[in-house]
Design a protein around this ligand. Sequence first.
Ligand code: SF4
Length: 730
Amino acid sequence: MAEASPGHAVFCPRCRGLMQRRIVRGKPVAYCATCDGKGSDSQPLAWFTKKGGGPDRSAEAARVAAQARPQVHASAKPRVAADEPRRARDVPPPAKLEVAPGTDLFPFGEVREGQRQFLADVATAVKEGRHLLAHAPTGLGKTVSTLAPMVKLALESQKRVFFLTSKQSQHKIAVDTLKAIRQKAGVPFVVADVIGKQDMCPRPEARDMFPKRFAEFCRREQVTKSCQYWETANTGALRLLKQRPHHVEELTIVCTEETTCPHQAALDLAAQAHVVVCDYNYFFSDLRAQMQERLKVDLADVLLVVDEAHNLPDRIRDHLTLELNDYVLDDALDECNDLDDVALGKHVEILRLVLASLADVEPPSDPEERIQRSERYVPREEFADAVNEAFGKKRSTLTVKDYDGLVDDLAEAIGAYEQRFKDDSRGLAALHEFLANWRNERRGLARILQKEPTPSLAYKILDPAVLAKPVFDAVHASVVMSGTLHPMEMTRDVLGLAPERSTCREYASPFPRENRLVLVDSSVTTGYKDRSPQMWRDVGARLAEIAEATPGNVAAFFPSYSILEQVRPHVEAALDTGKEVVAEERGADKAEKEALVNRLRRGVTNALLLGVQGGSLSEGYDYEDNLLKGVVIVGLPFAQPSLEVEALIAYYEKKFGPGLGRPYAYVHPTFHRVLQAAGRCIRGPTDRGVIVLMDKRFGWGSYRSSYPADFNPRPTDDPVGEVRRFWRSR
Ligand code: SF4
């Protein structure tokens, strides 16, 4: 029995589940994670593994696999007839619907203080075709205040609303709000909620795969016609889904019962939908052209909502980064093997040597210097010349003579791969994209070599406006909002929104001011120069005192896991009233973090939760019902000094003017993380809580402009006494 190749997904011939490796009596054997089938002599498990390790994509292998296609389960619908469309490709556009004149779609009783202005601002932005940038704190009801006027105006003017969010919890809030608006409107507008394909896939194998493996698995299932969900028409599911809004979990259940692919159904529904809830990447990545075609979207008819918009610049910048590293080279090499193209494989291996030679500098022993020297800028010509030189040395054994020749050969190989396997190339395509782009001359680029853990060369486009500006210029109107968007002018400038079409508004928190105490404790700092074992002892002791002065759960959010781990023993030693320490571990997965929060939800009332700023515990959970009585922000989570940060500061300084580079690239984004974490404390109108910013730098005048007007932290020499007095004053 052959083993499952570590580099490729290998599938069970019985149930099409993912094959995994297991060592039995010292030997690797393949077994199916789904049916645990061991194969048989007549049906060897290695059908998809050819000699040499790569997957066998031959027509014969596909034919054999198709014959082995499973019957999914007893209740599965019969497969579609050959002449029936597999899915509703030719879907009609969203139906024209009328809302009775004067109907107000705000569905939740009375409009709250502060909401009225927000509702009016959204309506004005839509009517006048403008962008509203809104700093809208928790409690303002920003989702309903945006969607209610927008849906009404969209239906009246036959526009479509796209609500973009990066958080799955926000999908549910948006769809629940749309359910209420639809009921109030009495008009059957269609809502589609879409998340990533893997998260919607009902196949049990999908759950534990790495995303890249899943993409390969899903494509293979489609090409070999092996996924019954893919093969079954979704017309029945769409009929059900149009009857009322479904959030994505409900949609997935409907589609699974109809044995049709939920992701495909969601996209087909989105093509007919008046409102679509989806991720940023539908508009701000190279998916956009495909999305526009698939969903028949004309940007001029789009009313765009970007939720949690403080995350958008970084998301776009990450998307605009191309890398050359071991993973890219391995994937390219796998596809060379699939093509039996030994010559091209040799060239790919030479690139690995070139990368190593560019990184071949002894790391210095001093840790601070090490940070500086673990990376370096690589000029455009240096890498291309190194490739040419390496090819020149092995000229007699190579088919390609230089860098440009390799780019041409890769393009040809991608064509050959796609023609032969009727499938997109990933590895060769990624390598080609990197090499072709590396030679580009453009402004706002950083070309950086990271030496550790393995050499990696990055081509970074620093300016998110490259992707964002064309979208914002083209849509009819937008609302760009977050609880931490201050200062909005920065987001406007960084994303490239036209100032003359933009309105910036900062709304005050609707919760009573007296319910919240915000203090600055200047007795400690996590600043790099002041770090020492004594400082961690002082931070731990002060944190324990504040936690004990607070009657209930307290969360402390640190700038990094490293500082959390150094302070934790001192906090535990200093606590003496039985407060239980619950800490987020480095590398904890989503389920483990959820379990921590659920402990608080299930009745733990005297815990000290330790987490990091910028992480999901400090940004992704709501801590409803006053679950946290206190939040302590330990230190400022400035980005590690790096060449990328340095390049971004320099770029913004040049683009936006003297004095703006550092605030835009470094300071304000750091304070967004601080304010997100601080915002975990008060989530409702009757919640009370204390927020302690524990670092002397929080009181510095130079950071004053990073706080929104109504945050206003107060420096004190006696934070523990103030916290006690606040709780006694109840
Ligand atoms: S086609 Fe749909 S159901 Fe089938 S594997 Fe892909 S995502 Fe899953």
